[in-house]
Unconditional design. Sequence first.
Length: 382
Amino acid sequence: MTQALVNGRIATEGKLLDRHALLIEDGRIAGIVKDEDPALGSAHIYDLNGLMLLPGFIDTQVNGGGGVQFNDAPTLDTIRCMGAAHAKFGTTGFLPTLISDDLDIVARAIGAVDTALAEGVPGVLGIHLEGPFLSPARKGVHDAAKFRTIDDQALALLTSLKRGKTLVTLAPEMTTPDMIHRLTAAGVVVAAGHTNATYEDMQTAFRHGLTGFTHLFNAMSPLTGRAPGVVGAALINREAYCGVIVDGHHVHPDVLKLALRTKPHDRFMLVTDAWANIGTDLTSFQLQGATIHVRDGVCVDENGVLAGSAMDMSRAVRNAMALLNMDLLQALTMAAGAPAAFLGLGRDRGRIAKGFRANLVAADDDLTVRATWIDGIRVFAA
């Protein structure tokens, strides 16, 4: 039966549309019609009661949620729990993210994601492997003992996911341009992160297929007067996508405002870099034998080193508006349209438009999420 979401304000085509209803058929958006359209007569009605209807958020960096984290237990159950936790905050598509670990753990994670995709676990789009092909000089909380170079065995593993998208974060200077090319030729999306690469290294990586940057400004060589570094390479390339953690801690808001002036907003993506605490009241958790504390909205290790954020995607959107002076529609582009395009999924995700998947968020004016739909199925209701 056709579903109709009525009595809301629909974020579509660069505006909030009043006095219209959204129709859903077979998990996709069948159209947007006026309130008095005859098609509503035979539809199953869901009254939004004046809420905003937004495109579902897409998070390319999700380490955990709901009290579990992917590195600790790279299993199907963990993925289900993470997805359910983040759906409560409007995330309708995500990449379970594994930070640097041994290759047998990487293999287990890929297998779990493949099973999740085969079984249709709501929201799972693929996997993000953040390491272990990183620079010890920019390791952050990653365990440098896990780091290694990409050889043929690792390449085979990184390209082994049968379904969905694979995103690999690597340090370009720790591999070869040919290996980056082989990854991208196999369909892997490659991003630079935890890297001390030079500006020249990055130009070479671009030519061989690298298209993104993981948590811009964090754990990468900075922009300086004589050495543009990874940050300079990210900002001058108008086509590259940049993930940003907008929590007021990882990057100063004014620095992000400057970055946003360098190229279109649709080349910046909001990411959470979230851990197990999302959807829980956890104040600490274990990560590869280390205690991570949740303090003042961030996650830090015992030495005070940042270890991801403590925010969900609805908070990221609110922060983009409050800290970066963005309007709602600009923030939504960074939360939905940009990550969809980065992953090559922009033809049917990231927007509210006819034919697109019915991945939707109903939220009130302060962006508290009241309901979430994935492929037309309501997976959360407050």
